[in-house]
Ligand binder design. Structure first.
Ligand code: ADP
Ligand code: MG
Length: 475
């Protein structure tokens, strides 16, 4: 590589870095390699055709400005698209399965294992040697790309999804990690990719599974002593979609097995698609080696949809349901429900239901009532951390003290109050409250809730505590 190409490109990069979002810079510019400079043409190598198209579509202006600054008006940019789907440099597969046992993975008519009618994915195992069996994809055909409306909030994730669907395992987006908050479309998009792949490549084995079910299956396999069958089953999949991988946090056994499966699939050019409610950097209790695998591909965020996108999602939903609704009402709903597509849809569904049950016309008045209910019911849930912070501030102690093992009365009371409010104000289970507040068990939390109830009806001072804290938590 010529040093001039490198230094010209470095200057361009530092200019670009100052002018775009850090995440975008990381995703779209860090992977680029400057290759050569000839006359006034800089050649850069990009990981895929999609990558090149994305750069052209979104960053061509800034590239031009940067390059012109360096090389003058006659500057030219040449893209070199690296051959896709090369796995040669990746780390070797480390799973200790004798190679003779590795199920032949080429032709993809595989095994019976999934019984579609049972609510659980039962016994998802391939009986070695048996061919010509089908794996149910567990995909929901309603979750298609067509129904997944595009907006600024999801453009990157959606396009990356389309690119992956066009060439599963053949882009640099492997794994593709889709992350974002509740109700923003992670599950929908993950299905859409699977559905599209099934459509384009019917012979490929696609499997959608939640991380929770995956974990359950793994635990079962350990109990039944067929962990290897479990691994084999997953290793013959062409496109593995695992939803809500944040669920794996703290579960080191499952993480370990997933790590091996992931490596095997990746090595063999199979596609992995993951979703999570957090960006990889924010994932807790996920092993480092797994996190760094997640970062091999692309992490694409689903953000809160903007107003226009919310309107088009609503219109699309109404259109599919064959319902007409005045624009004024659609606008009203879209304006007032902002952070969650699931709630947006929920409001419109209940609006339609209300009006048809009561044979009422859909009026703005009715919309207001329903939206108000929605906004109230889904009032921002306070976090357990926040509750602990408020309670310990109130008693002028720090959170560590509140969580400590001590039996000192005032500390015990503070802890019990925190548990009581956590039960009241969050949807967390007793067990999860206990584990977050000083690693106690669910019985301790239950006891705390009862104690607070009792004390607040018998002890005036204590009742004052409850009222004060409730006030602090409600603002
Ligand atoms: P998540 O998995 O992120 O919690 P979901 O995928 O379950 O969210 O999406 C919640 C609901 O919102 C689903 O009914 C989904 O179809 C809908 N939805 C989300 N984003 C979009 C979108 N861009 N276009 C159409 N519907 C969407
Ligand atoms: Mg989901």
């Amino acid at each position: 590589m010529s040093t001039t190409a490198q230094s010209v490109w470095n200057n361009c990069l530092s200019f670009i870095k100052d002018n775009i979002q850090p995440q975008a810079y990381k995703t779209w510019f860090e992977p680029i390699v400057a290759v050569k400079l000839q006359e006034n043409a800089l050649s850069i190598q990009v990981p895929s055709k999609f990558f090149y198209e994305w750069l052209e579509e979104h960053y061509v202006k800034i590239l031009k400005v940067a390059l012109t600054k360096e090389l003058g008006e006659t500057a030219k940019l040449v893209y070199i698209i690296k051959m896709e789907n090369t796995y040669g440099n990746r780390q070797p597969f480390t799973e200790k399965i004798p190679s003779s046992n590795r199920t032949p993975v080429k032709s993809q008519e595989v095994d019976i294992p999934l019984n579609n009618k049972s609510p659980e994915l039962k016994n998802p195992f391939v009986i070695p040697g048996i061919r010509n069996v089908k794996i149910e994809s567990q995909l929901n055909p309603n979750y298609s790309f067509e129904n997944f409306l595009e907006g600024d909030s999801n453009r990157l994730a959606r396009s990356a999804g389309l690119a992956v669907a066009a060439k599963p395992g053949g882009t640099s987006f492997n794994p593709l990690l889709i992350f974002g908050g509740v109700g923003l479309g992670k599950t929908h998009l993950a299905h859409a990719i699977g559905v599209d792949i099934k459509d384009k490549y019917p012979e490929k084995t696609v499997l959608y599974i939640s991380a929770e079910k995956f974990t359950q299956q793994y635990i079962d396999s350990v109990k039944k002593n067929n962990r290897n069958d479990f691994i084999h089953f997953y290793q013959i999949i062409d496109v593995l979609i695992i939803d809500d991988v944040q669920f794996l946090s703290g579960k080191s056994g499952t993480q370990d097995v997933f790590f091996h499966i992931f490596n095997h699939l990746h090595q063999n050019g199979k596609q992995v698609i993951l979703t999570s409610d957090k960006a990889p950097v924010d994932m807790q209790d996920i092993e480092q080696r797994l996190l760094s695998r997640f970062k091999w591909g692309l992490s694409a965020e689903l953000q809160h949809p903007d107003f226009e996108t919310r309107v088009s999602i609503l219109k699309n939903k109404l259109y599919r349901d064959g319902v007409e609704m005045p624009d004024e009402i659609i606008d009203y709903v879209a304006k007032n429900i902002k952070t969650n597509v699931r709630e947006l849809e929920g409001a419109i569904i209940s609006l339609i239901a209300q009006s048809s049950f009561n044979r009422k016309e859909i009026t703005l008045e009715l919309a207001k009532q329903i939206v108000e209910k929605f906004v109230k019911n889904t009032k921002r849930e306070v976090s357990i951390d926040y509750i602990q912070k408020v309670v310990s501030d109130y008693f002028q102690m720090d959170v560590d003290t509140l969580q400590s093992k001590t039996r000192k009365r005032h500390i015990v009371q503070a802890r019990q109050l925190a548990m009581f409010f956590a039960k009241k104000m969050t949807k967390a289970s007793l067990a999860s409250i206990g584990s977050q507040i000083g690693k106690r068990d669910h019985a301790t939390v239950l006891h705390a809730c009862k104690t607070v109830d009792n004390l607040s009806s018998t002890d005036k001072q204590f009742r004052k505590y409850v009222e004060d804290i409730a006030k602090k938590l409600s603002v």
